[in-house]
Design a binder for this molecule. Structure first.
Ligand SMILES: NC(=O)c1ccc[n+]([C@@H]2O[C@H](COP(=O)([O-])OP(=O)(O)OC[C@H]3O[C@@H](n4cnc5c(N)ncnc54)[C@H](O)[C@@H]3O)[C@@H](O)[C@H]2O)c1
Length: 489
């Protein structure tokens, strides 16, 4: 590269990339050899349709002339990543193997420390305790991407991130299997009144009973919400000899011998067990109240591992008191304690807490459905992959604040091709301005989408010279709609 080209520029505030050398060819070749890199490349531009719930996998063909080429940010010095809150070691290893410089810390950082140091980093990985505020984003002059190594993104000021053109990724589905397995355990515990027997034994009471205790085999499980968790549960439950029906707002292909119910009412009135796996939405708030509980079969069991607002708990308590329901398992609550500790779950928090605690055959757990070592590892892999994909290929699939844009890979053959990643305001004339700049080149492929006020464009241009790159870059960064421009080659 003769003429220096900045790796990326934000329109406001202006960036000041540090002077350093680009990735060496050797490092690039090493990265290509990594199996992980192949998986990232293979996935790039080929996100499966959401109804498949991530059950597909793509395979790349190393050595083929059509094999995807590893891209690198043009003329960018080593990419620096800050990982806080002891994120999974798998993710740390993965990011280092890509040639990134990774600073790893076990604790969370406060706002002042972040403001002081965030300017050195191109990416940050956090869990739920580090708060990324407006002030932090204002100081983050080089930051491209945030990885939340957890389920939620409440700790991130998404509006501020979006304003600065910073993509935010999380991992909402990595713990699906853990939740599904917990439900299987709860099915057995409820049908055998295990929680009550175990508590009695701890108090020295021998109470050997079989009345009201059942096998799962042949029983009907009703799954409300047949998404990532509901569909896994369906397969596991059938392997235990259960029959499965499900209710979902979408018509979804059944797995195994499961059947989609005609209505929620049909499911409630026929199932021996009802397990809830819907998202928290205005329509799912109070979805299971007195009327729905009354529809359930006498002696049936209710399991809620979805969100606390989905069930009207005072109505549930009434149904248990009247012995209409045979028991329930509840992992999620409308209000949950902010931290672990004795006497944190009480009537002050939820006025009905002690009433629910008193009922028989009730399993209450502290929102542990997804809390396993395996889920943490999966989160590390998923978010680590998302960071690599975004930094090296520009792909934004799975971002919570960006439109999802991807392009099929640039191949090994296409040595003189570059990829433009252009984050911009969603405003009239934005694409016209871009096309005036790149229109005279051979644009192999281009994709763009918008999400509210933010738009994102990826374009691959072939047969570009060094001076073309310089020209394209400097003109794109001056377009009125530009928030951030990056070039990958
Ligand atoms: N207990 C835990 O620790 C834990 C862990 C992970 C997820 N969750 C919760 O579990 C729930 C399900 O998660 P998921 O990953 O399977 O979600 P998902 O998005 O994959 O699936 C949700 C399904 O519910 C369906 N749905 C939406 N509204 C509906 C309605 N009104 N009636 C019927 N179906 C409806 C959707 O079409 C979708 O198929 C979420 O609320 C999530 O927050 C809890």
């Amino acid at each position: 590269m003769t003429a220096p080209v900045q790796a990326f520029t934000r329109a406001k505030p202006a960036t000041s990339p540090r002077d350093a050398s680009p990735f060496s060819m050797m490092a690039m070749q090493q990265a290509i050899a990594e199996p992980l890199a192949q998986e990232i490349v293979a996935l790039e531009g080929q996100s499966p349709p959401s109804h498949l719930h991530g059950r597909t996998r793509s395979v790349s063909i190393p050595g083929s002339s059509k094999a995807p080429r590893m891209l690198q940010p043009v003329n960018m010095d080593t990419i620096r990543i800050l990982l806080l809150e002891n994120v999974s070691q798998g993710a740390v290893k993965m990011l280092r193997e890509q040639g990134f410089e990774v600073d790893f810390y076990t604790g969370a950082w406060g706002e002042d420390e972040l403001v002081e140091k965030i300017g050195d980093y191109h990416a940050i990985g956090i869990r739920s305790k580090t708060r990324l505020t407006r002030r932090v984003f204002e100081a983050a002059h080089q930051l491209l991407v945030v990885g939340c190594f957890c389920i939620g993104t409440n700790q991130v000021d998404l509006e501020a991130a979006t304003k600065h053109g910073i993509a935010v990724f999380n991992s909402p589905f990595a713990n699906s299997r853990s939740v599904a397995e917990l439900v299987i355990g709860e099915l057995v515990c409820l049908s055998r009144q295990l929680a009550d027997r175990a508590m009695e034994m701890r108090q020295g009471t021998w109470n050997k009973v079989s009345k009201g205790c059942y096998e799962l085999r042949g029983k009907l499980l009703g799954i409300v919400g047949y998404g990532h968790i509901g569909s896994q549960l369906s397969v596991l439950a059938e392997s235990m000899g259960m029959r499965v029906i499900y209710h979902d707002v979408l018509p979804l292909m059944p797995l195994g011998s499961a059947r989609q119910a005609d209505s929620l009412e049909e499911l409630l009135s026929t199932a021996d067990f009802v397990s809830l796996h819907v998202p928290e939405l205005p329509e799912t708030r109070g979805m299971i109240g007195a009327k729905e509980l009354a529809l359930m079969k006498p002696g049936a069991y209710l399991i809620n591992n979805s969100r606390g607002t989905v069930v009207d708990i005072p109505a549930l308590v009434d149904s248990l008191k009247s012995k209409h329901l045979g028991g329930c398992a509840v992992d999620v609550f409308p209000r949950e304690p902010a931290k672990n500790g004795e006497n944190t779950f009480n009537d002050e928090l939820n006025s009905w807490a002690s009433e629910l605690q008193k009922q028989s055959n009730v399993i209450m757990t502290p929102h542990i459905g997804g809390s396993t070592e395996e889920a943490q590892r999966m989160i590390g892999i998923e978010v680590g992959n998302a960071l690599c994909r975004y930094i090296l290929y520009g792909g934004s699939t799975g971002a919570v604040n960006f439109p999802e844009v991807n392009l099929r890979p640039i191949t090994e053959q296409e040595t003189r091709s570059i990829r433009i990643c252009y984050v911009h305001h969603n405003q009239p004339g934005a694409l016209l301005a871009v096309n005036e700049i790149i229109g005279s080149h051979n644009v192999d492929k281009q994709s763009t989408d918008s999400l509210k006020d933010l738009a994102y464009l990826l374009a691959d241009i072939s047969d570009v010279s060094e001076s073309d790159i310089q020209d394209i870059y400097s003109r794109l960064t001056k377009t009125p709609a530009c928030i951030l421009t990056r070039l990958l080659s």
